[in-house]
Ligand binder design. Structure first.
Ligand code: IMP
Length: 422
């Protein structure tokens, strides 16, 4: 059986966790392939809010195996805390959780470097979650990193101290940042012992042999396409490939194993951190979106920037990922808007009109929009497409027509079952 994927098509926070959790039952395994504890996948399980940072979102489904793939960067402190938090709800967690030996470890000094270098960037700061993600991926590509499979090597402690020393030298170029390395290091080594109890495996063999045996696999993306290190709004991006291509490098499976690519987009757009955001609304409409959508970061608590759905950006993401199915989330946030807009094009600083993303999004002078009538009613009691208000149908039709991809899932609220499958 092939691999299906769930990916974010915007700037992250599209609601992927809930959709993965919902679909997980249909798959033998759910596999995270990139990112790290910068992600915050929110699930509502029996009325309880749970935010997962490193654990795959299939962990709450008792028949599903879960893999943290080689493309993920792991902070042992966050992971062991996360396991402690959910363990009472998932007694068999240890049996269903696997970690690739090739996944890289985030060291305390990676977080320190993140903090110091962001600080030094001043106005140019990325708005990083400061979880050490960028510095850890830098060590990975710089061939300095420590991996899960290194933990049981005799040289692990000395390799750690050698890398820490390199980091301390590197940190000398930055002004002092407030960081208690002794305390963090103690927590790190304690957590290493804890995560060493988990099943670390040669995941590429594990996964491919499952596929040979006809198992079905769901690849779970973190962040979103516009935060991809190659195709996002560089340099205001994360440090991994968040797009479909990242599934192959982050799990060790071949491109021809991928079948469905389910692209998740909110019915509007949000972004946390710095960087260009063409459809951003800096007025009371943006404020209303933030309030209705409770748009505050699940990892950092920062208020998210809000704007209308951007069809230019969505078409780009559909193209880059080879999206086969669209899932629109948080449609209910638009329930109380008289008028809703969609961005359909950009006017650049030289007055040229375009419906492609320019190299520098900063060269966009303004966006052009199509107005749509709002439905101004609750959707919570509606369970099938036929009974949706005509305005919702028009909204979804515009997305389908513009992207040429069917909307096959609609999320109408935060709960596990507030979903329509078309
Ligand atoms: P970093 O990956 O923590 O270095 O952050 C780089 C950029 O990506 C910042 O603008 C973050 O706000 C953003 N970012 C990272 N992870 C997420 C996420 O899971 N959701 C939304 N934005 C994210």
């Amino acid at each position: 059986m092939p691999v299906d994927a769930i990916l974010g098509l915007q700037w992250g926070d599209e609601g992927k966790g809930k959709i993965v959790d919902y679909l997980a039952d249909q798959y033998h395994a759910v596999c995270r392939f990139q990112g790290g504890p910068n992600a915050g996948h929110t699930l509502w399980i029996q009325g309880k809010k749970i935010v997962l940072h490193t654990l795959p979102s299939g962990i709450f489904r008792s028949n599903t195996l879960n893999l943290i793939g080689n493309g993920v960067v792991i902070d042992p402190i966050t992971l062991s805390k996360e396991i402690d938090t959910v363990h009472s709800d998932i007694p068999d967690l240890i049996d269903r959780l696997f970690i690739s030996r090739k996944a890289h470890l985030i060291l305390p000094t990676h977080r320190w470097i993140d903090l110091a270098s962001e600080h030094a960037k001043g106005k140019q700061k990325i708005g990083s979650t400061l979880r050490g993600i960028g510095p850890c991926y830098m060590d990975k590509t710089g061939r300095n990193g420590l991996r899960i499979g290194d933990i049981n090597q005799n040289s692990f402690r000395s390799d750690y101290f050698a890398l820490k020393e390199k980091h301390l030298q590197f940190l000398k170029q930055f002004p002092q940042a407030d960081f208690n390395i002794e305390e963090e290091e103690q927590k790190w080594f304690d957590s290493i012992e804890k995560i060493n109890q988990l099943q670390s495996i040669n995941a590429e063999y594990w996964l491919n042999s499952m596929l040979v045996k006809n198992a079905s696999v769901l690849a779970e993306g973190a962040q979103g396409t516009m935060l991809d290190v190659d195709f996002g709004t560089y340099p205001y991006v994360t440090s991994s490939n968040t797009i479909a291509a990242g599934i192959c490098t982050g799990l060790g499976i071949a491109p021809n194993k991928i079948r469905k690519v389910i692209g998740i987009a909110k019915a509007y757009c949000t972004r946390v951190g710095s960087g260009p955001f063409p459809s951003e609304l800096l007025d009371e409409t943006g404020e209303k979106l933030r309030k209705e959508g409770n748009e505050f970061g699940s990892t950092t608590g920062r208020p998210r920037r809000c704007g209308w759905l951007d069809l230019v950006q969505l078409r780009y993401s559909v193209m880059i990922n080879g999206v086969t199915d669209l899932c629109i989330t948080k449609i209910d946030v638009l329930n109380h808007f008289e008028e809703i807009k969609m961005v359909n094009g950009y006017v650049l600083n030289n007055n040229e009109q375009t419906n492609e993303l320019p190299f520098h999004l900063e060269t966009i002078k303004h966006v052009t929009t199509t107005p749509l009538k709002g439905w101004q009613q609750e959707l919570s009691n509606i369970t099938d497409k036929e009974h949706l208000p005509s305005e919702v149908k028009s909204f979804l039709n515009s997305i389908q027509t513009n992207t040429t991809i069917p909307v096959s899932i609609l999320s109408t609220g935060p709960g596990r079952d507030e979903l329509m499958i078309f």
